[in-house]
Ligand binder design. Sequence first.
Ligand code: GCW
Length: 707
Amino acid sequence: MSNTTRNAALGLLLGLSTAIVASADDGSHLWLRKSAPDLAIVKTEAPMSDTLRIALAELSRFHDHNVEVSTNKHRTDLGTDGFEILMNGDKLKIVASRDVGILYGVYHLLRHQACGTQFTDNFQVKEVPYYKFRMLNHWDNLDGTVERGYAGSSIWKWDELPGKVSPRYTEYARANASIGINATVLNNVNASPKMLETANLKKVKAIADVLRPYGIRVFLSVNFASPMVIGKLKDADPLKPEVAAWWKDKAKEIYDLVPDFGGFLVKANSEGQPGPCDYGRTHADGANVLADALKPYGGVVIWRAFVYGKKTEERVQQALLEFQPLEGKFRDNVVIQAKNGPLDFQPCEPFHPLFGKLKQIPLGMEFQITQEYLGQSNHLAYLATLWKEVLDSDTYQNGPGSTVAKKIHESGMIAGVANIGDDVNWCRHPFAQANWYAFGRLAWNPDLKADDIAKEWLAQTFTSNPAFIEPVCDMMMSSVPAIRQYMMPLGLAHIFASTLGNHYGPGPWLYQAGNESFLQYASLVSTNDEKAPGRRIFDATKDALGADRTKTTGTGTVLQYNAPLCDQYNDLKTCPERYWLWFHRIGWKDKLPTGDTFWEHLCGEFESGAKIAATYPGIWESVKTYVDNERYELVLGRLKLQAREAVWWKDACILFYQSVNGLPLPKGITPPIYDLAKLKRINFPSNVHFCPKPEDVNRALDGALKK
Ligand code: GCW
């Protein structure tokens, strides 16, 4: 029975107007929506814990089979978090080595039930998560704003805590546990030193107490200058004994309040944040002073590799140059966390060279669930395809088959920058919930397929009817490839309109010669050598486009990849098409094997992406009967905007590049409807804390149409 039908039936039963009941769904239940028609009988002989109590309550409320659960600490084959489920006579039996494994088993059963699995005699599952730390990174500030947050304000109500503990924290914990997430960093990596003040730590404790029974450990981002700012020390030099002592005392204070505290996440010497380099010390010196403070309690330091500055190296090379010499110098409770690519969460980047080059330093993964560079909360971008591409990438570090997924298994750490806010539906775009869901599922098992995850999510969130799932899953699967085509095809990156820091909409004209101060500010100059070709990332000149990062004539970035990738990327003939402009400068008029010129091919990419996006509203309209009105309308409005924005991107890029190369519009390309000069004037009054509203974008685009 679809949700709509079920709701409608309930409406009749209750004598309510079916129209009202069937038409309203605020999305707040996420993927946890089905209730069971017959209540389950749940049995256990295990001693009761808070976690087990939650697991049993979930079962008896939502599952329609009788279930027996048992915790058996000798089942080491299940690790700390795994579980086994078997059909035992007329009962399902869940076994785990800890109560939290039972909880994960329960959610797994609920998922199966929602997806229509028949629990027959041979039903049997054994699951052990692949990564130890399955983590969300919130970029939430103490003032309630969220950096790159597109779903309202922070869910953490710091001004109410610890006195008032919002029921939403429990909902949050439940949603995360249901997909296996077991760690969360509560605050922004651009961290306020105030986070570590005693009053705030008491608030952290209140949150940690809610999350703990759901198996979720709390971490905090820390500001490296905290000993100075709140400790009133003269400086924060990591080699000074008083600084080390301050961190030790702080760690003790935290663990007294939160005994299972996970550790610190640190952004140091990056984008203006303080760090050890301020005192001539290394990243290892900085990480180690924190690691020593946390060590007695089993805490870890997650030190970010997202560093770049005014060095001569180009930005995408810098992390490896910075961290490779530090191999062997970090304490064993330090993990270096790298973004999936070396630039900055772009729609399409090759994997970060650190994953193939670092040998001793344990590396964690940082994905971005929030869609900073993928249409924010206005576009449907199903990110599992992008994450899979990265996880499955072969770094060849230990010969073929050395995937990124395996590399990060060494540290066991995979993190996603959360896309959650205090909007009723948590993520604003109903389909952004799928990214939160998919992140958790891949952190549990990176071998899952992106389309299977999408189908699971659709079945639980909307209906398990294949007539709905098939076309909508196809749309989700096509979304990131389409966005890449209409925004940044063939390896283009970072051509966003970001003068106000919002990263919303196209702005290829910003990244050009003559705009040096902006480029320096954004650290988007690939090399300080004035004569180097492709000096500015993705510089468009009269004859060519792209960044020359070859070892032959360019910046040599390809050398940061192991053989055979290095040579593969170095040669345009073997370089994957999606990285062409990332590694090469290509002449507009160069002939491709297809017979087209590069210019024709590039325009064809923009055109094709825009055409795919144009089909989305129609696909959604065709499944209207399966969706409640509220979510139907919300999604439809955004898909129409997405289709329109795809044309905005296509027109802005083609018109701008034409203004540089003087070439005519290739045959078969839909003539631009926008005016370049007007497009250049679009500037949303938005900032790093929210996404422009659909109505504002529509108004701006109306004003940019050609007369
Ligand atoms: O992607 C960039 C964002 C910044 C962010 C930074 C980072 C938290 O534009 O808003 O700051 O990355 O990852 O540190």
